[in-house]
Design a binder for this molecule. Structure first.
Ligand SMILES: [Zn+2]
Length: 70
């Protein structure tokens, strides 16, 4: 199992709040006082951001690792 998003057929995600199509964009997430920039799907209408569990877990794990290395 690897995460090659480019190989997947394009999936249309819809906002769970307003039903608008989500679009890819850079989103800043704050975690443990660190700002992380990730490419995520975002709703242009209400600003809801879809963060897939897999990606969130991966990113958060990386941050935790780098914090421990300090
Ligand atoms: Zn929305």
């Amino acid at each position: 199992m690897n995460k090659e998003a480019g190989q997947q057929p394009e999936t249309k995600w819809k906002c769970s709040q307003c039903g608008e199509d989500l679009q890819k964009g850079t989103v800043t997430v704050t975690y443990l006082g660190n700002e992380i920039r990730v490419e995520e799907l975002k709703c242009a209408r209400c600003g809801l951001v879809l963060i897939t569990e897999e990606l969130a877990m991966g990113k958060m794990f990386e941050v935790e690792q780098s914090l421990e290395d300090k």
